[in-house]
Design a protein around this ligand. Structure first.
Ligand SMILES: Nc1ncnc2c1ncn2[C@@H]1O[C@H](COP(=O)(O)OP(=O)(O)O)[C@@H](O)[C@H]1O
Ligand SMILES: [Mg+2]
Length: 286
């Protein structure tokens, strides 16, 4: 008898489908998972940040994660990015990963194009090629004309588009985004949502996008996951079966959109109240 090990990728898929909370059509069942989080917990000293988080995200899926402040969203993304280890459980990510984190800043001494090319330089790519890729990515986010601009001369929205171009430059399989539009004004934010979805659609990239905004999550996500107050775990995993595009201002006023957003908000609201209790009294009283 041969002592061949089972094929790892199929093992991965089987485990993923076990954790899927919704029946999946056959075509989708063949799509591999890019993210698989199983019984993941994180403890910081006496603070339990995450508790038994389970989540599977398929290739090409756009999943939004909402939850009260301090419920462990950033901790979860840091674990997925390989920047931290869970206290228990596992978090697997398959493929190349890129991140756009909250308040992430560009290198002020580098031009936009050099900021975008930075990761490629670290990877040892020759100058000409990385410049070509960086310019192409800046073009995708509409900033080709600003290639030689320094960050301080760009608006907040433009800087965040450079950050997105920088993440896309490494051609990621998985993009982890932690409140990337949190510091932008509402008008810029709505346009950025539309542009990000346009960049993502058809790319095959898996996106896990953390936001505080329920409307932003419903406008962009294939699914919206709601986390509980600390210790965070996923308490609602809701598919958004609304036609795209749905990022425009008017799309958000539709009855079907509001119904999904309200369902998510009702779940989230209870957790925001619990999080306030934890903040005020040290423990949840609801
Ligand atoms: N490195 C750390 N050391 C100690 N506590 C931490 C650390 N990182 C996060 N925390 C705590 O863990 C909890 C979750 O934090 P975080 O993941 O940043 O939440 P969120 O992103 O949802 O606002 C918070 O109570 C935070 O204070
Ligand atoms: Mg955070």
């Amino acid at each position: 008898m041969s002592n061949e090990q089972p094929v790892r990728s199929s093992q991965f898929d089987v485990r993923c489908s076990e954790h899927s909370r919704f029946p999946t059509p056959n075509a989708e069942r063949r799509t591999p998972n890019r993210i698989l989080i199983t019984h993941c917990s994180q403890q910081f000293g006496t603070v339990p940040a995450l508790s038994d988080v389970n989540l599977a995200v398929r290739q090409g899926e756009f999943v939004c994660l909402v939850g009260p402040s301090g419920c462990g969203k950033t901790s979860l993304l840091r674990i997925l990015a390989g920047l931290a280890q869970p206290t228990s459980g596992t978090a697997h990510l398959a493929g190349r990963v890129a991140t756009v984190f909250q308040g992430q800043s560009l290198f002020p001494w580098l031009t936009a194009v050099d900021n975008v090319a930075y990761g490629l330089q670290l990877a040892g790519m020759p100058t000409g090629r990385r410049r070509e890729i960086a310019i192409a990515q800046l073009r995708r986010v509409g900033l080709e004309r600003f290639a030689r601009a320094y960050p301080h001369t760009l608006s907040g929205g433009m800087q965040q588009r450079v950050n997105i171009a920088r993440a896309l430059a490494v051609d990621p399989d998985v993009l982890l985004m932690d409140e990337p539009f949190g510091s932008l004004d509402e008008q810029t934010r709505i346009l950025m949502q539309e542009q990000l979805v346009a960049l993502w659609q058809g790319s095959g990239t898996t996106v896990l996008f953390v936001t505080h905004s329920v409307d932003e999550a419903v406008a962009m996500g294939d699914r919206v996951c709601v986390m509980s107050a600390r210790p965070g775990r996923i308490i609602l995993d809701m598919p958004v079966d609304l036609p795209r595009p749905r990022t425009r201002y008017a799309d958000r006023k539709g009855i079907a959109f509001r119904a999904v957003a309200t369902r998510i908000w009702e779940t989230l609201e209870a957790q925001v109240r619990r999080a306030q209790d934890v903040e005020l009294t040290g423990e949840a009283v609801r």
